[in-house]
Write a protein that binds this ligand. Structure first.
Ligand SMILES: NC(=O)C1=CN([C@@H]2O[C@H](COP(=O)(O)OP(=O)(O)OC[C@H]3O[C@@H](n4cnc5c(N)ncnc54)[C@H](OP(=O)(O)O)[C@@H]3O)[C@@H](O)[C@H]2O)[C@@H](O)CC1
Ligand SMILES: Nc1ncnc2c1ncn2[C@@H]1O[C@H](COP(=O)(O)OP(=O)(O)O)[C@@H](O)[C@H]1O
Ligand SMILES: [K+]
Length: 528
């Protein structure tokens, strides 16, 4: 698992490490790791010129020491000092080190044209304008230099791409766009969250000796190794019932295919048994495509409610299906709620729940639920029950006044904030789908998965995801694990099925079995 820590947690760990290490040791380790990555990359791009953009804080200090090391190694190295205070505005000892190693120094405040020219000529740029002490956005003098970076230059962000919000909460257009980020000690939330992930590029963590293993993460990302740990593997004593039965209420006369995709995915994910509840057309299709499924209600351990469900249909069979959907939501069993099922969500359920909206569905659900709670005194429905947990880097749930409309664009501009609002309002695990899929459960570190190719943005892919998560819930996984593990495996299956080319949802579903098999085999063959 990749674990990212809040700025506050990093500062505390840094203070603890500094108390037991000689002065300057942490920065020296950071700069050394940075310079090694930079030297390797200069070899890759066959470049010789490196420029460090140096800001006012320790991020600039790291960069100056790295520039010094690169100069000593024989690269044509320069430091461009960004602050308006010039030389006196940057890390003094770092500047001395760079100069005595033979690096050129360009002071933007004294000769802006010369500084721009130096930046434009670099094959490799180290962005050391700001790190975890930075406020989002770039000041004009910094932006001018960043604009001068050659399109072909390789950009390494020092700790994080300057201009991004280190907490990854707010999106920021005015930031460095890095090919690569070299961070220190532990990843920061911005590296894993939609607001900063794209501008972060490839991420390397340099071990500088700060200890965060026992510190709660703000954001987590499951990796392939976690499949071995978390995936429910049957034992000798198991039978189909003990492994977990999944009930699926999905598909309709209008959208019958969703039932096939969802049940196929659950079967491919290896669920113990499947029960399917639907109207005649999807029932016929599920019979054909998934002969393993049993049609009709019965005892189950978890439900999937909603893929392809038509909540407007009102013939008798559709009404029966909707009754089954409402009964599942009203039960004390775990439920994955997707698509049409989201329209049936009335607030908090008293049982494990995973809501799997995309941005538009999340916006509609928030608008409806917040509208309903407008003017009531019920704090649990309005989101005011959420508290800040600074250790986890979480912030209080904030948002527009209750009852205001939320749009899909609002959600896309702040996916994490909106997923948190829905989680606070419903008490459910909220899985917000997208290129980066967020899984938010109150009291848990956010999980952020980015395993899928963009080809996965195709109709029906969400129906497949709900089937995988349902299978995991039925086997007894907690909602937070089921949702994030489901997203990981769904993304990896998609990546393999795509192989760089087009993808259809059914191919993702059929790719699940070999994907899980290979990920489990990988764990078995891992050393140790
Ligand atoms: N933690 C660790 O274990 C270790 C941390 N290390 C390193 O320290 C870094 C943190 O250093 P830091 O605390 O000095 O803050 P930093 O990010 O350099 O920025 C603050 C300065 O920037 C300025 N400024 C702010 N916003 C701005 C903006 N938008 N645009 C322009 N300027 C802006 C602000 O000036 P102000 O505006 O307040 O006058 C202030 O002077 C960390 O990221 C890592 O690289 C390593 O050395 C090893 C161990
Ligand atoms: N740009 C993207 N890159 C990777 N995955 C994506 C991207 N956009 C969407 N996805 C994924 O594709 C799936 C789409 O699901 P959804 O929107 O519910 O489709 P449908 O409702 O048609 O089944 C989700 O798993 C989502 O995370
Ligand atoms: K930086």
């Amino acid at each position: 698992m990749i674990r990212a820590h809040s700025v506050e947690a990093v500062r505390a760990a840094e203070a603890a490490a500094m108390a037991r290490l000689p002065e300057g040791e942490l920065m020296s380790r950071a700069a050394h790791g940075l310079a090694e990555v930079a030297a390797a990359r200069l070899a890759d791009v066959e470049g010789t010129t490196v420029v460090g953009l140096v800001g006012a804080g320790d991020n600039g200090g790291d960069t100056l020491y790295a520039v010094a090391q690169l100069a000593e190694s024989g690269f044509a190295s320069a430091a461009v000092l960004v602050p308006s205070a010039g030389r006196s505005g940057v890390h003094a000892a770092g500047l001395r080190a760079a100069e005595s190693a033979g690096a050129l120094v360009h002071v933007a405040a004294e000769d802006p044209e010369d500084a721009v020219e130096a930046v434009a000529e670099a094959a490799l740029v180290l962005d050391g304008i700001v790190g975890i002490g930075g406020r989002p956005g770039l000041r004009p003098e910094a932006a001018r230099l960043v604009d001068a970076i050659d399109d072909d230059a390789w950009v390494i962000a020092v700790d994080l791409a300057s201009g991004l919000d280190p907490a990854g909460e707010s999106g920021e257009d005015d930031a460095v766009w890095a090919d690569e980020t070299v961070t220190f000690g532990t990843p920061k939330p911005v590296h894993l969250l939609p607001a900063g992930e794209a501008a972060t590029g490839r991420l390397t963590v340099v071990d500088i000796g700060i200890e965060v293993d026992d510190v709660p993460a703000a954001v987590e990302r499951l990796t392939w190794d976690d499949v071995t740990t978390l995936w429910p593997v049957p034992g000798r004593g198991d039978d189909k019932y003990s492994r977990g039965v999944l009930g699926v209420v999905a598909g309709s006369e209008a959208y019958p295919g969703a039932a096939v995709l969802c049940t196929t995915a659950a079967a491919e994910a290896g669920v113990g048994m499947l029960r399917y509840v639907g109207t005649p057309t999807p029932v016929g299709l599920v019979h054909q495509a998934v002969p393993e499924a049993v049609v009709g209600e019965g005892r189950v351990q978890a439900w999937v409610v909603g893929p392809g469900l038509d909540t407007d249909a009102d013939d008798e069979r559709a009404r029966e299906q909707l009754d089954a959907a409402r009964a599942a939501l009203g039960s004390d069993l775990p439920v994955v709620v997707d698509a049409g099922g989201l329209a049936l969500v009335e607030g908090r359920r008293g049982a494990p729940t995973v809501l799997t909206p995309h941005a538009g569905e999340l916006a509609r659900l928030l608008t409806r639920l917040e509208g309903r709670s407008a003017g009531t005194d019920d704090g649990t429905q309005g989101g005011s029950g959420a508290t800040a947990d600074r250790d986890r880097g979480e912030r209080p749930v904030t948002g527009p006044a209750r009852g205001a409309e939320t749009t899909a664009d609002d959600v896309k501009a702040d996916p994490l904030g909106h997923a948190r609002r829905l989680a606070a309002l419903t008490g459910a695990t909220v899985l917000l789908k997208g290129a980066t899929t967020l899984v938010v459960t109150e009291g848990e570190p956010v999980r952020s998965q980015a395993d899928a190719p963009s080809w996965l943005a195709t109709a029906g892919a969400g129906d497949v995801l709900s089937g995988v998560i349902g299978a995991l819930l039925a086997s007894g996984l907690a909602p937070h694990d089921a949702a994030s593990l489901g997203a990981l495996v769904h993304g990896v299956a998609a990546d393999r099925a795509s192989g760089g080319g087009p993808l259809r949802a059914l191919a993702v579903a059929h790719g699940l079995r070999p994907t899980v098999r290979d990920l489990l085999a990988r764990g078995r063959s891992a050393p140790g």
